[in-house]
Design a protein around this ligand. Structure first.
Ligand SMILES: Nc1ncnc2c1ncn2[C@@H]1O[C@H](COP(=O)(O)OP(=O)(O)O)[C@@H](O)[C@H]1O
Ligand SMILES: N[C@@H](CCC(=O)OP(=O)(O)O)C(=O)O
Length: 388
């Protein structure tokens, strides 16, 4: 088991001598050839680099897109389908092909791979998040390379990542990675989509919250999703968790792992947020809304109090105890927390003091405990989130 106490994170690009655990994400655009099929040569090159790291004792998780792209040709499709059922069929077919190729790419290096398919709720619901984390740790300890992708066939439109960038950031956070490498079809973050002649490369971002005006475009290829926007979202999540991010072109993986003189480096925030609070802050699926009054907000902000039902004015949405809810005050989302009661029970105790709750609940307790709470200092940007 890796010693979590030692700081093994690189201090800058290329400083990987002490690296213990790494997440590498490959986008569809870098795993597919121009004619749409999977680029097996690329998989082989990545497998060779990863096997080299693994032989040094570095634990690596690969987040691999490409299932839908791999399923297009066998289904007789020439481009990514818009109809969700077709995309799901392509993913179901393509995921098998994708994993078979990863397996054979690693076979020559005597490494096993394991398929891990995740949905949004697997990383946002605390119980399944912990299971995922344990399974990944178990695989890494056994020297196996987990190949992670979104479970596209079961994910529905409203509750899917859609891109694998944010999924990769959540995985990096779950396994306490030292570094997240985002590999794509563009060599860096630019000040504007690279098709714009005035766009210039950004080699380093030390404070993502103060990123200079960057014009973000959509995906550059026929197969990619999300473009730079989801990569920046992923970088925000990772750096807030204290994990540096190196964004680079897929064919520069060797340089990322050696000199580091390529791509865009995102410096992590100095404070490594406890993973549980990061999970609450960045949970993609917020199950409901709890509106609180100003007095309650003041108590949370100034005194680090738990959220009591007495300070709640409304409950919206249907949620279960243990899910993440947004906390709202005066029309703005002021924080998030793990709620202690199902929505029906929560609705029945709105405005009640602890002493008045016993006829509604077995054990009167705060609606959101302070240990399960994050507050947004300024607007909704999780960069400015502080633990309560
Ligand atoms: N400001 C920007 N800097 C760099 N690339 C950008 C920018 N805005 C948009 N892009 C586009 O984002 C694309 C990468 O995203 P995407 O196609 O989703 O890749 P992937 O499949 O690797 O996730 C690039 O090809 C590029 O055209
Ligand atoms: N899960 C999907 C990936 C979705 C997607 O296109 O992601 P990406 O190319 O990383 O933006 C697949 O395997 O096809």
């Amino acid at each position: 088991m890796v010693n979590e106490a030692a700081d093994t994170r690189p201090s800058g690009p290329g400083d990987l001598a002490g690296l213990r655990r790494l997440v590498i994400k490959l986008g569809s655009s870098s795993l597919t050839r121009d004619d749409g099929g999977l680029d097996l040569n690329r998989l082989d090159i990545v497998a060779a680099e990863v096997a080299r790291l693994a032989s040094r004792g570095v634990e690596v998780v690969i987040v691999s897109s490409g299932a839908i792209a791999a399923g297009l040709a066998p289904l007789g499709l020439s481009e990514r389908p818009r109809v969700i059922a077709q995309a799901q069929a392509a993913a179901a077919l393509g995921q098998g092909l994708l994993l078979a190729h990863w397996r054979s790419a690693f076979q020559s290096h005597y490494r096993h791979v394991a398929q891990v398919l995740l949905t949004v709720s697997d990383v946002t619901r605390r119980s399944s998040y912990l299971n995922v984390r344990q399974a990944l740790h178990e695989l890494l300890e056994a020297g196996i390379i987990p190949i992670v992708n979104e479970n596209d066939t079961v994910a529905t439109d409203e509750i899917r990542f859609g891109d694998n960038d944010r999924l990769a950031a959540m995985v990096a956070q779950a396994v306490h990675a030292d570094l997240l490498v985002l590999l794509t079809d563009v060599d860096a973050l630019y000040t504007a989509p690279p098709s714009n002649p005035s766009a210039s490369r950004i080699t380093r971002v030390d404070d993502i919250a103060a990123l200079p005006q960057v014009e973000i475009g959509g995906a550059g290829s026929r197969v990619g999703t999300g473009g730079m926007e989801t990569k920046l979202a992923a970088a925000r999540i990772a750096v807030a968790c204290g994990i540096p991010v190196h964004l680079a072109a897929a064919d520069e993986l060797h340089r990322v792992l050696t000199s580091g003189t390529c791509g865009t480096w995102f410096t992590p925030s100095p404070v490594r947020r406890p993973s549980r609070l990061a999970w609450v802050a960045h949970a993609a699926g917020v199950a409901g809304r709890v509106t609180i009054d100003r007095g309650a907000l003041r108590a949370l902000r100034r005194h680090g109090s738990s959220l009591l039902a007495a300070g709640v004015t409304a409950i919206d949405g249907a949620f279960r105890a243990g899910e993440v809810v947004g906390l709202w005050c005066d029309g703005a989302e002021v924080g998030r927390g793990i709620v202690a009661f199902d929505s029906e029970v929560a609705s029945s105790i709105v405005g009640l003091r602890m002493s008045q709750m016993s006829s509604h609940v077995d054990t009167p307790r705060p609606l959101v405990h302070r240990d399960d709470l994050v507050l947004f200092r300024d607007g909704r940007d999780p960069d400015t989130t502080v633990g309560a």
